[in-house]
Design a protein around this ligand. Sequence first.
Ligand code: PHE
Length: 342
Amino acid sequence: MQEIFDKANAVLAAINDAKPATAEELEAFRIQYLGSKNVLKDLFGAMAQLPGDRKKEYGQLMNTLKAAAEAKYEEQKNSGSTTQQKVDVPDLSAPGYSLPLGSRHPISIIKNKMIDIFARIGFTVAEGPEVEDDWHNFTALGTPKDHPARDMQDTFYISEDKHWLLRTHTSSVQVRMMETQKPPLRMIMPGRVYRNETISARAHCTFHQVEGLYIDENVSFADLKQAMYYFAQEMFGRDTQIRFRPSFFPFTEPSAEMDISCFICGGTGCAVCKHSGWVEIGGCGMVDPHVLENSKIDPAKYSGYAFGMGIERITMLKYQINDLRLFFENDIRLLKQFESAL
Ligand code: PHE
């Protein structure tokens, strides 16, 4: 009789001592003590051999056993230790995962290329704010309020009095540089500009320009031509020719529009150059003496040239992208094509 009690107590001790750590051990524990053929059932069966006065005591012991097995199972299951212990300790010496590298946006590629080309002939890079005041974007550049030339650029004004605006060109940085630095100045100013244009394949309300400015003693139109010729050859190839057409900008005199010979057809005429053999890449001219005066630079001593080019335009020509909107959609299928470009 004592043997039956001893056996049951031994099982109780085993339950209490058990530490089913892994999920497999926990499942084995469940089968052993709570499953359909568990050991407790045999112990229950032994009750029949006990005299009536001990049956109650044994029954209570059986209940304790069952409760202990259930409690242990629940406790181990909920502690989470079973799952935690299953996780392998990571190999801390293993090399990290490499993150896939994206590619540069074509606009950035061409911008960097332009900076690089001009850096080789001594141009540094200057930047200015995209939210500008009237003075730097217009008035100092020979376009006072009510001047008809303001119509050339549809402007996003951001204050009622039209004092604050989103710059319509990077020429505003030209003014800032002339105001704060002494000649000689030789710099390019890349940046984003804004115009209130209807979005189409050829126009957008935001785009990028690179403005160039060179001010020193005895700077002539020949210097401008040479710099532009050098740029065109470096960007589009050695055989590229340039031509200048008379134009107007309120801040340059004389002013010109610059074309390059079509590098697709070599000048014989194709869709890119609309069968003219030439494609326009930007405006330029000699800085108007009034503009120099506005920035407290003596026009009797100094002269200079300025030019402005649209980065989108150059990029479209260079990579033959025919819709400006593609630059702003960030479609991965377009961007992926520039993975190998620098
Ligand atoms: N700022 C002019 C534009 O945006 C371009 C330009 C720059 C022309 C410098 C001449 C000199 O249209």
